[in-house]
Ligand binder design. Structure first.
Ligand SMILES: [Fe+2]
Length: 289
């Protein structure tokens, strides 16, 4: 079974004056005054969708930050961008911190209004596609910092979902990293999952999670964490919406996983070149970022 993993598309539209409250004032200043806007590109977002369609995967996972500032217009634009993927492949979507800029009744509620069928009714949710399961846990909330946490009780709920399912292979899907690119605790705390250690304890108790997928850090990396049956690989492809800026050594990425017989058989990482997404030279993560 082939799975495409996209993250951090950061679809953006200019805010209207009445949208500028709370965290968006800082977010808009970052985007429009400090030049962050140019870090992401519609051309990359469209190319990522084209590459996903070309792979003809059995499933697609999007680990959050579909939008830049959780604006209604951005949710609509992200939906229009992704509709060709959603129409063809089973897709699993999680909210990122950028999708939860404003207070909502439950984390990811606004994204769920637009992408509900691909998020499940509540967090955590176990999505099953053939022999593979995707255990999605929402970790983002409106908060002045860019930190997140797994809400109380969600890991217990996740254990119950795993116990009731018999998938041969399960991906744990989060927005935030558990570790940094050298295996150290992910920093800074202002941008991290505050209870990442609890998630790691959860992984130490179960042999059911075959790999962890996440985003948030725009330069992708892979690491691993200890699990009950040995090290569990952890993958961040890097931002799929990143502008292609060869002079800065920066481009968009996505991952393609192959799972067969209950095991992860291969990981391919595609990078956006001048003519579209192509395999990263030297193999997945050979470029180092
Ligand atoms: Fe993020």
């Amino acid at each position: 079974m082939k799975i495409v993993h996209l993250t951090d598309l950061h679809v953006q539209t200019p805010p209207r004056v009445r949208d500028l409250f709370g965290k968006r004032i800082v977010g808009s200043a970052n985007l429009y005054l400090l030049g962050r806007r140019a870090k992401f590109a519609e051309a990359s977002q469209r190319a990522a969708v084209a590459a996903t369609l070309a792979e003809e995967p059995d499933a697609v996972v999007i680990t959050g930050d579909l939008t830049a500032q959780a604006l209604d217009a951005e949710f609509s634009a992200a939906r229009a961008l992704l509709d060709p993927v959603l129409a063809r492949f089973p897709t699993v979507i999680l909210a990122g911190n950028h999708d939860t800029y404003v207070r909502e009744p439950s984390p990811g509620a606004r994204l769920r209004q637009v992408f509900g069928p691909w998020m499940g009714p509540r967090s955590p949710h176990l999505h099953r596609v053939g022999e593979v399961a995707f255990l999605a846990i929402e970790t983002c909330r409106a908060h002045p910092l860019s930190s997140g946490r797994v809400p109380p009780g969600e890991l217990d709920a996740a254990r119950r979902l795993l116990a009731a399912d018999d998938a041969a292979f399960t991906f744990l899907c989060l927005h935030y990293p558990l570790r940094g690119r050298d295996g150290e605790p992910y920093r800074p705390a202002t941008r991290a999952l505050s209870n990442a250690a609890e998630v790691e304890r959860f992984l130490l108790e179960t042999d059911r999670i075959g790999a962890v997928l996440h985003g948030h850090e725009h330069h992708g990396f892979r690491t691993e964490v200890p699990g009950a049956a040995g090290p569990v690989p952890v993958f961040d492809p890097g931002a799929a919406g990143y502008a292609r800026l060869p002079e800065r050594g920066r481009t968009a990425h996505l991952n393609v996983y192959e799972v067969e017989g209950g095991a992860l058989r291969s990981v391919r990482r595609l990078a956006l070149g001048p003519g579209g997404f192509v395999e990263e030279p030297g193999g997945a993560y050979a470029s180092g970022g």
